[in-house]
Design a protein around this ligand. Sequence first.
Ligand code: NAP
Length: 245
Amino acid sequence: MNGRKYALVTGGSRGIGRAVCLKLSEMGFNVLINYRSNDAEAEKVLSLVRDSGGDGELMKFDVADRAAVEAAVAAWKEAHPGDYIPVLVNNAGFRRDALLVWMEDNDWNAVIDVTLKGFLNVTRCLLQDMLVSRFGRIINIASLSGIKGLPGQTNYSAAKGGLIAATKALAQEIARKKVTVNAVAPGFIATDMTSDLDESQLKKLIPAGRFGRPEEVASLVGFLASEESGYITGEVISVNGGLYT
Ligand code: NAP
């Protein structure tokens, strides 16, 4: 890796993404904190990073908007000549749950777009530099829903299942260039995204008897981002307290 180590975390302003930013910062990465709309939360993450002795910058764009992604990455490259971003965590995402029979086109499309177009838009922008530099780490945050399928989430399950398949395909395309691509599949993690769920009921289904913490996902992401994980690629690793399919 040349110069400073940069890591871009999409959806880095809240939940799992925030924990990933803090973990990568602790590991010495300069974190590029992407988010879509909530400036206050993003500023808070940057302050936490700086308070703990690290550094980073905010990168506000919608991952599903190809032109916005390309403009943001081009601006970053112009401001950092000679540098590249060797670590990408594709984490931005949301649910729009409904039974398929009631599913609105908007809810289907939004979830597919943030997950799959988001992966495509951001990964494509950073990949060439990783290949040329012969080092890269791409970590895609999938979900138990993309492995097992969950009722009420056909859109989300389809999106995350597609992300897992894309992870496996891309891993084989680029392994020789020393760029790895892996997916992390969280189960139930306590964040804003799951704040509407009833943990007291759902925890009965989880062998560990509780929801996971964002930091418990971030520690795995940190390992996959490190140099030590170089022979692991195309994998899907669950972080789910034993809640297997
Ligand atoms: P969260 O707390 O709701 O945070 C979502 C983050 O994504 C925010 O930083 C948000 O930024 C950002 N974001 C949303 N849409 C975006 C877009 N179009 N472009 C850029 N940023 C966007 O969610 P979370 O629970 O941490 O989930 C993070 C990832 O883990 C998601 O991919 C989710 O599907 C996955 N996951 C979560 C769980 C769980 O139990 N929590 C389980 C399995 C998988 P703004 O606030 O600015 O919109």
